[in-house]
Design a protein around this ligand. Structure first.
Ligand SMILES: [Zn+2]
Length: 210
């Protein structure tokens, strides 16, 4: 429909574009679902993107993976009337008004089709979103495919590298085939086995280096 909102084949997920410097240029996505659309992390606010998102049904929720990727959350909340979701450990003065603050270690469900998984490491309150019908995991800055393969981007770690690796292990138990990060490549695995083989190989290499 527009060059600025790109749909991933058959997933009901769109890449919003309009990356914001305030979110360190991170990608944001829109999940289109009957129970209410979810905006994952915050794009830069523009009226054009607002109109595009409204044509896709707007957003009921804005899920923020962690405190780095919140950018124009307040403007989006005002313009789309979405409820913002962020882990309490990530809340500061700029996000104090977020409507839903996740507490503890979850997991938390948004209906039957969405699970929020606490993946501490990059930051203490980093959370991934699993969209079950299309097996899509949104990882924020927790884990991504970079130029040289899988990465937890240690140099940007703000909490604990060992905890981040433990949280990568948690991903072995999650049923997903797509991985959509804030930075890096969007990845489609052949199937869940393929995903687990790939993650195990990464973890083994990392454990040897520690
Ligand atoms: Zn981050």
């Amino acid at each position: 429909m527009t060059v600025h909102v790109v749909k991933f084949i058959d997933t009901g997920v769109y890449h919003c574009g309009y990356h914001s410097d305030k979110s360190f240029g991170a990608a944001s996505y829109l999940i289109v679902r009957a129970e209410g659309n979810i905006l994952v992390d915050s794009p830069r606010y523009t009226t054009k993107l607002e109109n595009n998102l409204k044509m896709l049904g707007g957003a009921r929720y804005m899920f923020l993976t962690h405190s780095d990727d919140v950018a124009d959350h307040e403007k989006w909340s005002n313009h789309l009337g979405c409820e913002r979701i962020l882990h309490l450990l990530e809340v500061d003065h700029s996000t104090a008004a977020v409507e839903i603050k996740l507490e503890g270690s979850g997991p938390w469900n948004l209906g039957d089709d969405v699970t929020l998984v606490h993946t501490p490491g990059h930051t203490e309150g980093s959370v991934c979103l699993l969209y079950k019908p299309h097996k899509v995991l949104f990882t924020g800055d927790h884990f991504a495919m970079g130029e040289l393969g899988w990465t937890i981007a240690e140099r940007y770690n703000k909490f604990s590298v060992p905890k981040q690796l433990s949280s990568v292990k948690l991903m072995l138990d999650l049923d997903f085939e797509w991985m959509l990060p804030g930075h890096g490549r969007r990845t489609k695995f052949r199937d869940v086995e393929d995903k687990n083989l790939s993650l195990r190989a990464f973890l083994e290499t990392k454990m040897q280096l520690l």
